[in-house]
Design a protein around this ligand. Sequence first.
Ligand code: FE2
Length: 377
Amino acid sequence: MTDFNIGIPTQIAFGSGSLSRFASVCEEHAWNKALVIASASMSQRDFAAAFLDRLPLEVQIWTNVESNPRVGTVDACVAEYRAQGIDVVIGIGGGSAMDQAKATAVGLRAGPSVTSLMRGEAPMPTTKAPLALVPTTSGTGSEASWGAILTDCERGEKGGLRGRVVSADYAFVDPSCTIDLPESITMTTGFDVLTHALETFLSKKRSPYTTMLSRRSMQSVFRYLPVLKSSPRDLGARTEMAFASTLAGINLALSSTCLPHRLQYPLGALTDTPHAEGLAALYPSWLASTLPYATADLAECARWIGGTASSDRELADWFVEQVGALIGSIGMLRRLSDFGIDEATAEKLVSQVSGALDNDPGDASPEALRRIYLQSV
Ligand SMILES: [Fe+2]
């Protein structure tokens, strides 16, 4: 067994009602002033309004939360609040709000702008403002991961800030915050959890620890995401999905994702489409491309969710079918053409793919990327 790390720098309070513990954390640190990053509609939801009302400190709210957060917006927020003595940044929402909060916490304590950090024009700082995250989707796992995905509109690039400093000090994963989530967001974010569980398992950086988390996370998604399709207010199923999301988020920090996430970023920057919808469009082609390289691992995934075929190849084929069936059953069948991407545009995306491509178990050559994009149109 090779060496690996266990754990993350974030203290995670999990469970319905866990959000109520935040007030005592504020008192423990003697924080006086909070900057909350949450959309206007989010900050007015009953649980959020009650949470903010009860906080024992002065609260400023930044409501300009974008579905694909722009680095220029983060810098505008930092400029407005840098001199205001913010003790803690609180992000409430899905991955976008949480990533914006992470980048803001870094920016408030950094000399250079977040834009220059993202472009690699200045070194990442080693400290940030204290940060607490409250996920309201299950989800991106951003509450446990080390990074903030941002779009640089001037350059037309999607990238972000990465590293241990880009992580929350506290996360309050309270499944009751997700109970009113619309079906479409429940399904798209739930599919994102599956991609994190699967890709962090297939990743060359996986460990026995991350494999254990992938297994539990994947089992929950296959079992409970369809339950939420028919019973959206099932708190037990919401709790399982919140747990699955956070486990997969821990894996994002320790193991990292594979090609679909690398391929989705230029797609998201170009089309401004939800992250998981791009992944759903790319998945069938990526899985077909990866299966010959990861047959035994995909067979293992099949066993985790109850597959019983006799050979690894049959099990792997069955698992790929199950992923396709899940995508269909939760209403997420997508093609790149649904986002206005034609073959010529798909070809151009290949040169914009960046990141650790060698983490993938399969063929990550430019020709393979081109094939996956074209087969997904
Ligand atoms: Fe993702």
